[in-house]
Design a protein around this ligand. Sequence first.
Ligand code: AVI
Length: 310
Amino acid sequence: MAQATVDVLGDFGRASVAGLSQPRKTVAARYFYDDRGSRLFDEITRLPEYYLTRTETALLDEHAAAIARLTGHGRPVVEFGAGSAAKTPMLLRATHAPVYVPIDISGEFLHESMAALGRTVPGLRIIPLTGDFTKPLRLPPVDGPVTGFFPGSTIGNFDHRSALDLLRLLRNMLGEGAHLVIGIDTRKDPRLLEAAYDDGAGVTAAFNLNLLERMNRELGGTIPVDAFEHRAVWHDGLGRIEMHLVATRSMSFRVAGRSFSMAEGETIHTENSYKYTLEEARLLARASGWEPLACWSDADHRFGIHVWAA
Ligand code: AVI
């Protein structure tokens, strides 16, 4: 019977039960993004410590015309993980994109953001696609070679093998003649990285803890959320920031009809955010079948915007 309950609960239920059953508990970061998680992430992007978004936005603003010269004008733009699409107008305007296909897993959030974008870029045809772009998706029929847009260093949330698989998949999905404009966060001083993932206002902590609240809301969980703490730590050997939820006392709880227990200090590993030097990013391109054409970074090398060709 318990198995039947888990199946009824779907992907999030199965992933939570499987992840919490492992000797080292882990739940994949993609489950952060329910409606509340998407809103909290949007808040993160405006935090002073979270340099990623404002650095990337400034780079796009400064180099949009040069990017458009490489990708070509008048091409449809397909954005992966569009979310609030805050950086998109710059690219759409610079490339004179007639059509915009935003893809995001959170349909509700996507439709709200697209209504706003429609007002910002009048005349643009928007074809929103709700779905998981890590699986093969059929793009709506559009004319000519397309420009993929994958900002925000989302690629950093995939381990190296999955990142290569995903980049190959995007290449196949976008087709011949496509370009990819991709934002990738760089390796840097661990103090800056750890502050970006553990901000003073506690928004990233709330974002991380929301995963447990989501289990309680959607999976009939009994997790004592206030007995967990957020932790973000840089792992130099692996080149990644790890986010964990740390149990501050021993406890037992139920999720999706199953029982789990945790010892004091035990963690649930919830996210990896890999960082790549500009050279490592170019290697990532070549290893996944893309040709790196150009890359821009800020004076402090905090972030990289890359243009690759299929
Ligand atoms: C979506 N992704 C690129 C973010 C990142 O920086 O890895 C998610 C995030 N996690 C904590 N803060 C932001």
